[in-house]
Design a protein around this ligand. Structure first.
Ligand code: SF4
Length: 310
């Protein structure tokens, strides 16, 4: 039986599809999240009909300003299904190897969005997150940098809380600020969503200075914050990303990771020829072997072949 009518619940951005609209009253045929590009073909295949799908996608969604969520592209972690970003302008950390700023130099549209002063795109709050996804939030900036206003962070976290059926991934070079949002309830701020992935980047144990690492807190501060998160908040997952891997001291790095005891680690090398101080293959192999001995999962290895001489 075909769908015979469509109505919208503005509370949860769901369209209800009806059948039997005659004297016998209406029966629910099914529901479709507004702006959900993945659900729409499924609905079409079930008999909603292309015309109704077109109405949902182009007219109703536009009218209510609900917007679809974008799927993660191949450069993101494979365990992330979608990415989303509300922040605009330059990330205050200014890392020399930042891929966002590299793109902003190359493409006019990226420069317009990410090349200027820090800002917040309110219309991104209309994006429908749906459920059953792992969404990397603010992959084009650093949401927890000290310079990001609390109002921006609260708005992003409240957006996530509207869709509790997802897992959210955050990554920052200022993980000390996670602590404030674990204790946030009661202080008028939203907390980090339960079950979130809380990550930090530690490219090296060495502080290589602003010319390489920008203005982010030094690696030792990041390590201390991740240790502080350990164990106390078991409902979150913690990860460390060593990318782009920079020259490091094997014993110190292994000690740090042992102290942090993350749920998993990602390791990756610079792929854009930034001329960074990089470790030898022996050091990288030693790190990989030590993590194996400690039972710490290496979930992702990005572009390591060049460094490992494979
Ligand atoms: S913290 Fe991330 S987003 Fe910010 S400048 Fe560094 S690489 Fe770019």
């Amino acid at each position: 039986m075909r769908c015979e009518g469509i109505s919208q619940n503005h509370e949860d951005s769901l369209f209800t599809l009806w059948k039997g609209t005659g004297e016998t009253g209406r029966e629910v045929w099914g529901t479709v999240p507004c702006g959900d590009d993945e659900a729409l073909p499924e609905a079409a295949a079930s008999g909603v009909g292309e015309a109704a799908v077109a109405v949902i996608r182009f007219e109703e969604c536009e009218r209510t300003k609900a917007m679809p969520l974008k799927k993660s592209d191949g450069n993101m972690y494979p365990w992330v299904t979608h990415t989303h970003s509300h922040l605009t302008g330059k990330c205050p950390h200014g890392c020399v190897y930042c891929y966002v700023q590299a793109m902003a130099k190359k493409f006019a549209n990226m420069k317009a969005r990410y090349g200027g002063a820090l800002g917040f795109d309110e219309k991104e709050l209309k994006v429908v997150y749906g459920s059953g996804r792992t969404i990397f939030v603010e992959h084009m900036n650093d949401l927890f940098a000290e310079e990001i206003p609390r109002t921006f962070i609260s708005a992003v976290l409240l957006h996530c809380w509207q869709y509790p059926g997802n897992q959210y991934a955050f990554q920052t070079k200022n993980p000390a600020r996670y602590l404030a949002y674990l204790h946030a309830q009661g202080f008028g701020m939203p907390a980090l969503p339960l079950g979130s992935f809380l990550g930090t980047t530690i490219e090296s144990n060495r502080d290589l200075g602003a010319l390489v690492m920008g203005y982010a807190p030094p690696p030792l501060m990041r390590k201390r914050a991740m240790v502080a998160l350990r164990g106390v908040y078991g409902h979150h997952l913690r990860f460390v990303t060593i990318e782009p891997i920079l020259d490091f001291d094997v014993n110190v790095m292994v000690d740090w990771l042992w102290e942090i005891n993350p749920d998993f680690v990602n390791i990756g090398a610079d792929s854009k020829g930034h001329g960074l101080p990089e470790p030898s293959a022996d050091k990288v192999w030693a790190l990989i072997a030590s993590l194996g001995q400690l039972g710490i999962e290496i979930r992702e290895k990005h572009n390591l072949a060049r460094l490992l001489g494979e």
